[in-house]
Design a protein around this ligand. Structure first.
Ligand SMILES: [Zn+2]
Length: 398
């Protein structure tokens, strides 16, 4: 249900105050909204809906008993613990994904790309669970589902076939994982992933944690395959830690190659890897998105999914304090994410979807630094969250 709406006295992206008009779910010019509900934004800023470009909806433990984390330090320790936890804790992907979506809706997250596990123990059950949630909450948030071989694909026979089944069942994107350290064969892994994408006509999103030369080599393989299959604008590399571990000239060369193929990079600003050269990335035409990764899960107990908090964290992680930089990290968590995951009609201008978040601040920098919580969230002209409180007519979640 959409309403015609006038939002008075609002600062789009921290600019001068003006009025915004929404009709039939989209921003329009003033004279096209003759009679409508009015909201006084009291001079607060408006951003388009936050974009969560990388999370794991199927594995959050929100609302479940506290998980005592005794997991070892390596990625393989974590993968094993994660697979065991799904079985032992009985994590219900449908219920848990709904909980995370409703939690982050209150922060203004209106678009989510979620990696969802596919493996030989659970098959595509988590994909089916998140698909169910997506359908149930389709009027509140847009969800993209990445079929993600978390436990590895080549070393675990049958996983590739399950990836294929996940895409047939409704997953939107082909996921990949560390082609060398987990898959042990970068060329074969990436050939398999890109072949799936080509056959199904789907985009690609690859978890790439590999550092230094190894990561750079994998990035080059990704660039080659993106170009060969004309997948420009449809490939994302998540994490890309190697960009933080190379010297400046190699960083620049790789960033230019990624930008030339319109390959997006998603960074969460991980504390366990060297910071990516965010200013260098943003000065080039590279598409940069951000996300929370897993929140409150078996990998890490941290995070709440607030993308404005994430923007602040990115700034802190990169030693940023001036207003222009804070403005820029807010744009990474909105426009950068939107471009990275391929959203259309995104923004606060005429013709775009009538989606916005009102944040009690006067500039983007103030919003990032203070991350005020009493936000108002509007989607397609419908008020979903008012002053931090979910509207009474939203579906209740177990
Ligand atoms: Zn991830």
């Amino acid at each position: 249900m959409t309403a015609d709406l006038i939002i008075r006295n609002v600062r789009p992206l921290g600019g001068p105050t003006e009025d915004l008009f929404i009709r039939d779910g989209r921003f329009v010019a003033a004279d096209r909204v003759p009679a409508a509900v009015e909201i006084d934004a009291a001079g607060h800023i408006a951003l388009p809906g936050f974009v969560e470009a990388h999370t794991h909806l199927d594995k959050t433990l929100i609302g479940m008993d506290w998980f005592e984390n005794r997991v070892g330090p390596t990625r393989n320790d974590r993968i094993l613990a994660d697979r065991n936890a799904k079985r032992e804790l009985g994590i219900d992907a449908r219920r848990q994904s709904a909980r995370q979506i409703m939690q982050t809706l209150a922060f203004g997250v209106l678009s989510i790309r979620s990696h969802v596990d596919v493996d030989t123990e659970i098959g595509i059950a988590n994909i089916e669970g998140v698909l169910e949630t997506r359908e149930a909450l389709r009027d509140l948030v847009d969800v993209q589902i990445v079929a993600f071989p978390q436990s590895g694909m080549l070393p675990r026979a049958g996983t590739l076939e399950l990836m294929d089944a996940a895409l047939k069942a409704g997953a939107d994107i082909v996921g990949g994982i560390d082609p060398a350290s987990i898959e042990r064969d970068p060329v074969r892994h990436l050939d398999a992933i890109f072949a799936l994408a080509d056959r199904h006509g789907k985009p690609v999103d690859i978890h790439l944690h590999e550092p230094g030369d190894l990561g750079a080599f994998c990035l080059e393989l990704i660039v080659e395959r993106t170009r060969a299959l004309s997948l420009q604008g449809r490939v994302m590399v998540s994490h890309a830690y190697c960009l933080g571990t190379l010297d400046t000239s190699r960083q620049t060369a790789l960033i230019d190659r990624l930008a030339a193929e319109r390959i997006a990079v998603m960074t969460v600003g991980s504390p366990s890897a060297p910071a990516l050269p965010l200013r260098l990335m943003r000065r080039s035409s590279l598409i940069v998105a951000s996300g929370s990764d897993g929140i409150q899960g078996t990998w890490e107990p941290y995070g709440n999914g607030d993308m404005l908090e994430r923007a602040k964290y990115l700034a802190q992680r990169n030693g940023m304090a001036n207003d222009a930089d804070l403005d820029d990290v807010a744009r990474i968590c909105t426009f950068g994410g939107a471009e990275g995951i391929g959203l259309g009609s995104y923004g606060l201008t005429e013709g775009c979807f009538g989606d916005l978040v009102l944040v009690p601040a006067r500039t983007l920098a103030e919003a990032v630094a203070l991350t005020p919580q009493r936000r108002t969230v509007i989607r397609r002209g419908r008020v979903l969250v008012n002053g931090g409180e979910l509207a009474g007519d939203l579906p209740s979640i177990e």
